[in-house]
Design a protein around this ligand. Structure first.
Ligand code: HPA
Length: 231
């Protein structure tokens, strides 16, 4: 057991999918995995291990934001020897023409988080996806007839940004999506030499103000999960 995860050694697979919402972890485990067993209920942050097409895989809620995903990623890597971490979440979109429901593979993750300063002490670092995973996700999506966009995202600490002008510097540098976790996941994975990728569906467009309905979000989420499970 680690501080935030109640699993015994060996109960978590080497590959873990990380939705922000623990109820999504439960839903996927109950609907897409075989022989799924719940290994964590601490703080209601469900974690399950099962098999998909005969391969062992886990799915663990990560919570929202960099501090929360950092705790789960750290413990999965250091206490449970996880080697591949795939975030499956939603993102806002910073490009006017991008449709709700589009799937984004985050090649890089910029950030406004002060956690970067704590780690890099004023120096700049560019968190990136694992190339092998990214390449595999891109080609698997192609094979599934699923259109994906590969782009840079911003992982922000503020969901509610009072001043929308603050986004402009990111938009001007071709940032496509905005989430609250990917940069930390990539940074932690790089530091421990394990693989990470964020697969994100666009749930809202910050420029046009469009927001997906919960039914649309659920459908698109399932498409994205299937891609993550395939890779
Ligand atoms: N901002 C930050 N994170 C998000 C958003 C957003 O608009 N949508 C989904 N995750």
């Amino acid at each position: 057991m680690s501080i935030h995860i109640g699993a015994q050694p060996g109960e978590i697979a080497e590959t873990v999918l990380l939705p922000g919402d623990p109820l999504r972890a439960k839903y996927v485990a109950e609907n897409l995995l075989e022989d799924a067993q719940c290994y964590n209920e601490v703080r209601g942050m469900y974690g399950y291990t099962g098999t998909y097409k005969g391969k062992k895989v886990s799915i663990q809620g990560s919570g929202m934001g960099i501090p929360s995903i950092s705790i789960y990623a750290h413990e999965l890597i250091h206490e449970y020897q996880v080697k591949t971490l795939i975030r499956v979440g939603t993102c806002g979109c910073l490009q006017e023409e991008m449709e709700l429901g589009s799937v984004l593979l985050a090649i890089g993750a910029s950030s406004d988080s002060n956690t970067n300063n704590m780690v890099f002490n004023g120096l700049q670092y560019s968190p990136t996806a694992d190339f092998t995973l990214l390449d595999k996700a891109y080609h698997t999506a192609e094979g599934m007839g699923m259109k994906v966009v590969v782009g840079n995202v911003l992982s922000t600490d503020l969901f509610y940004m009072d001043d929308p002008q603050r986004y402009h510097v990111w938009i001007d540098h071709n940032i496509v999506g905005i989430d609250m976790e990917s940069s930390a996941l990539y940074t932690l994975a790089a530091r421990s030499n394990v693989q990470a990728l964020s697969i994100l569906t666009v749930s809202d467009n910050i420029i046009t103000g469009q927001v997906s309905s919960s039914q649309d979000r659920q459908e698109k989420f399932m498409d994205m999960i299937k891609l993550a499970l395939e890779i």
